[in-house]
Design a protein around this ligand. Sequence first.
Ligand SMILES: CC(C)(COP(=O)(O)OP(=O)(O)OC[C@H]1O[C@@H](n2cnc3c(N)ncnc32)[C@H](O)[C@@H]1OP(=O)(O)O)[C@@H](O)C(=O)NCCC(=O)NCCS
Length: 323
Amino acid sequence: MLKIKKFNNTDKEFSELSRIDNLINHDSISHPEDDKREWQIRDKSLIRDRLLLYKNKLLIGVMYYSQGRDQNKRTTFFTLNIDPTYNTKQNQELLYKKMLEQIKLFKSNKMLTSIYKHPNYDKLKKFLIDNQFKVVQTNREYICDITKIDLRMHQPLIKKLELEGVRFYDSREDMLDFPNHYKKLEELEWAYSQDFPIPDGIKHTRPPFDHYMKLLNDYYENNYGAHIIAAINGKYIGSTDLEVYAKTEPHKAWTGGLGVLKEFRRRGLATALKIKAIEILLKNGVTEIRTDNEENNPMYKINVALGFKPVPFSLDFMKKINY
Ligand SMILES: CC(C)(COP(=O)(O)OP(=O)(O)OC[C@H]1O[C@@H](n2cnc3c(N)ncnc32)[C@H](O)[C@@H]1OP(=O)(O)O)[C@@H](O)C(=O)NCCC(=O)NCCS
């Protein structure tokens, strides 16, 4: 018998959800403890939930969904993962229709999800297309064996920037006692992140500072790879952060973000930030970086120049809801 149950955030559920996710993940491994922590520190002012599909006592699928913030408060972001053995149109529809009922609560008028151009997502892709979802953004995805990068080759660039007064720091290791460090960091990241390409109809939104700090503290405690800041005369002008999921893949770092303030672009800062991060990651035993960017973002030129290789792209799908 098929049944959709409410999520009660029990340890059993977290571990079963990771099991399902890992049947679909093609190049990452979910761990229940990471998921549980992330769930505990979520912003509880936004509606966020999970619908669990059981066949008798066996979990066979999950719909993760959440409401966007501020101008995106009527947008639903979701992920639909179903055990491949049970990934039928009927089961997809059960979870999808249940979510449609739930998101009426915040009068959702738009839904957004992301999948990879990889066979594990083919059935879901068909379901999305059959339900009139449209591709609204394509993202390049890359991997890089950082042990192969010739770091010496990039030292002249770092020297040039240092002569211009730029300093590079590791946020967690060097900067925690700098005056107003976290405020300056949050302001920097908010300034450049507004230039990240996102689909039309979605807005960049700024989480409250206390939520930013919750996420940052969790990152520094549990998934720290490297968080490099470029500064000039005390002004923060660029940064990059990379996370390592040590419980599953300690050799691999995932790029969170990278950006440079507008007036400091085209001077090599993005490249230098990457090199500085790679030096630290290598020292800590990390050998691989995974990253992504919107297909036309100039960042891809920097990645290719450093030796990043393409892996299956990702696609963002959107659909408007007309009541
Ligand atoms: C993308 C971004 C990080 C690049 O930073 P940057 O410090 O200007 O990059 P670099 O100076 O190291 O650029 C190195 C090379 O990348 C290419 N490049 C960078 N920006 C480019 C642009 N706007 N147009 C075309 N090529 C560009 C060029 O080949 C450049 O070399 P060149 O200046 O000698 O021609 C910056 O534009 C930015 O912060 N954008 C907003 C945030 C963002 O989109 N981040 C990336 C997604 S995670």
